[in-house]
Design a binder for this molecule. Structure first.
Ligand SMILES: [Zn+2]
Length: 346
């Protein structure tokens, strides 16, 4: 599951509320509103979302008061091992004519640039949709007719001190009367949050994950029952693994090309098919085959660690869940095998 860090700019972290509009609107509040909507939408698409701020900082488990404002933000994202960092701001200029939208990435970062382009393209797409929708409303049409200022390089702290591809979105200008009017509408704020979400999806090249219906677990519960029993695994454990890996989306594909309900990597899937004497060309998206292979793989991991088949203690589940996730990282498994091998040899 990819982890996205959403950073609404400014706010009560450093008691700095950013640019202030002529009418007293605060940049920090608009950034937070867009950020919170983006969080909801990204979670719907199956991402794990971290926020630099969401409520009073004392209530944010990531917040460390001893760090300064910006170092706190980047450290929180780095420590959480996030895959992407997205900072949300509004622009300002001493010249009130300046208007439009732009996105910054760290100089020289090709991945940052790719993400910036992906989000900006979605902003421009939604701008087109809104202009079409409001084509008979001259006043609204004028607001939506903002300038595309493009993708740019910027030496911002949150871009240079983050370990993952990072962008800083300058949504629109607080200092431009038309931009400010539009920034304040929930229509724009929602559209921008949608653009962030589809941009992230495009970046990872995945189709949006359809939120599973509440009954989906029921649909696969017979398969979970069958194969957890067959491989002496805990039914609830398999349920949680599937929730965690694919949110019960049988068509899910990760950036590492892990597929289906139990998110099996192509190599792992191939190995399971072979061991189970199933046809080589079996479909990884087939729920039955996927769950069978996933359960087999978990029992295989138990055997690697010399754990008895029926042992489903909490510590065993913790160990094999870690090993299961390490499937993406063969070095991790190699290391674990070496440690176990040395222990056996005394
Ligand atoms: Zn700002």
């Amino acid at each position: 599951m990819e982890k996205i860090f959403i950073d609404p700019g400014h706010g009560d972290i450093g008691k700095d509320f950013g640019a202030i509009g002529k009418d007293g609107t605060r940049e920090a509040d608009i950034a937070l509103s867009i950020g919170k909507t983006a969080k909801t939408l990204l979670e719907k698409d199956g991402y794990k979302v971290y926020m630099s701020r969401e409520k009073e900082m004392s209530g944010n488990p990531l917040y460390s008061q001893s760090l300064g404002d910006l170092p706190y933000r980047t450290k929180a994202a780095n420590d959480a091992g996030c895959d992407l960092f997205i900072s949300i701001h509004c622009n300002a200029s001493s010249n009130s004519a300046g208007n439009g939208t732009e996105i910054y990435h760290c100089p020289g970062s090709t991945e940052g640039k790719k993400l910036a382009k992906a989000i900006l393209n979605e902003v421009l797409y939604l701008q087109k949709v809104k202009k079409e929708k409001h084509k008979t409303d001259k006043a609204l049409l004028k607001l939506w007719d903002f300038t595309n200022r493009g993708v740019k390089e910027g030496n911002y702290y949150v871009l240079t001190d983050t370990d993952m591809p990072a962008v800083l979105c300058e949504t629109l200008f607080m200092s431009n009367p038309d931009d400010l009017k539009l920034l304040k509408t929930s229509e724009f704020q929602t559209a921008y949050a949608q653009a962030i979400t589809s941009g992230v999806n495009k970046y990872f090249n995945v189709k949006p994950v359809e939120k599973p219906a509440a009954t989906v677990t029921g649909k696969y519960s017979d398969l979970i029952k069958k194969y957890s029993k067959h491989y002496s695994l805990d039914e609830k454990f398999i349920d949680v693994i599937i929730q965690q890996e694919s949110s019960y989306n049988p068509k899910a594909v990760s950036i590492h090309n892990a597929k289906g309900l139990m998110q099996l990597l192509p190599e792992t899937f191939k190995g399971c098919l072979k061991a189970l004497k199933l046809p080589e060309n079996s479909d990884p998206f087939n729920p039955e085959i996927n769950i069978q292979c996933g359960c087999y793989h978990l029992s295989y991991l138990k055997s690697i660690f010399s754990i008895s088949k029926g042992d489903n203690s909490r510590s065993t589940q913790l160990l094999i869940a870690c090993a299961y996730n390490e499937g993406q990282n063969t070095d991790g498994m190699k290391y674990a095998r070496e440690v176990i091998g040395r222990m056996k040899n005394g």
